[in-house]
Design a protein around this ligand. Structure first.
Ligand SMILES: [Fe+2]
Ligand SMILES: [Fe+2]
Length: 284
């Protein structure tokens, strides 16, 4: 058992919003995830110690610093490769690594950008934990790529992943609706199919990594739903209607079935949140 007297106070180097800003301004991917994990560990140690550290405010960059490689291309120009080939599997791992790196920045950005909106401390606990997990996910994917003689940066990646963040930079509820509740929820829909591809290839390292990602992503979607509902309650709004309005306003792609209804339910996203949007978008 740990001793009962409170351990010594953990000193954070700066308020949390400024720590978030530091991560956003770190360009190298491995350095970004290392700083992200170090800051997350400090925050979590302080919280475990009963402290309520300062959140502060920051002026985060419009887009986060990124490594010079990979080149970022319009999604239509990113070459597609057959998943049944080793090159195809490397392309999948590379695409997931890119998504995870983007997710690291997205979770720190919500902390850095919305410091002026008063939120309970648990809001910050949730996004620090998510950012830490995304950092781990990126490292897992980068390790898988390196084990196969490739690396993150070896292939072109999607430009425009930051679009959702830019579009919702002024709207915390819009950010929650589009990022965790649409984009990360989409991850729950597609990850089982990816795991299947790596099972067919008997790639144990990739299977284990993707299973970690799949399990932890449910939590990120759930945090999105939790704080979205919290803010609806604060402003006396109907969550389902507001969700539909915000997704139509800020999300420029389509919601496509099949949906992973079970995992979405586990994460607090009921079918009447997404099915009407899928039907609406398919009409056009
Ligand atoms: Fe992730
Ligand atoms: Fe995530």
């Amino acid at each position: 058992m740990s001793n009962e007297t409170a351990s010594e106070a953990v000193t954070l180097p700066k308020p949390l919003a400024e720590m978030a800003d530091d991560v956003l301004r770190t360009a190298d991917a491995r350095e970004k995830t290392a700083l992200s994990r170090r800051y997350a560990a400090l925050w979590q140690e302080a919280r475990k110690n009963g402290q309520t550290p300062d959140i502060g405010t920051a002026s985060p960059p419009d887009s986060p610093a990124r490594p010079t490689e990979p080149p970022l291309l319009d999604p239509r120009d990113v070459p597609r490769r057959k998943p049944g080939t080793p090159e195809g599997r490397i392309a999948i791992l590379h695409a997931v690594a890119h998504i995870e790196l983007n997710a690291v920045d997205l979770h720190w950005d919500i902390i850095a950008r919305f410091g002026h909106v008063k939120m309970p401390i648990g809001f910050y606990d949730d996004w620090v934990k998510s950012a830490d997990e995304e950092s781990k996910h990126f490292n897992l994917m980068a390790d898988c790529l390196e084990a196969q003689g490739s690396h993150y940066g070896a292939l072109p990646a999607h430009a425009g992943m930051w679009r959702a963040a830019e579009d919702t930079a002024e709207d915390l509820m819009g950010r929650l609706a589009v990022v965790p509740m649409v984009l990360e929820a989409r991850g729950l829909d597609v990850t089982p199919g990816m795991i299947k591809i790596f099972k067919q290839a008997k790639d144990t390292k990739a299977i284990e990594a993707l299973e970690v990602i799949y399990a932890e992503e449910v939590g990120h979607v759930a945090y999105g739903s939790k704080w979205f509902h919290f803010l609806c309650g604060r402003h006396d709004l109907d969550p389902k209607d507001v969700f539909h309005d915000l997704v139509l306003k800020y999300f420029h792609s389509t919601l496509r079935p099949p949906f992973n209804e079970e995992k979405r339910a586990e994460a607090g996203i009921p079918p009447d949140f997404y099915w009407p949007l899928a039907d609406e978008m398919h009409k056009n």
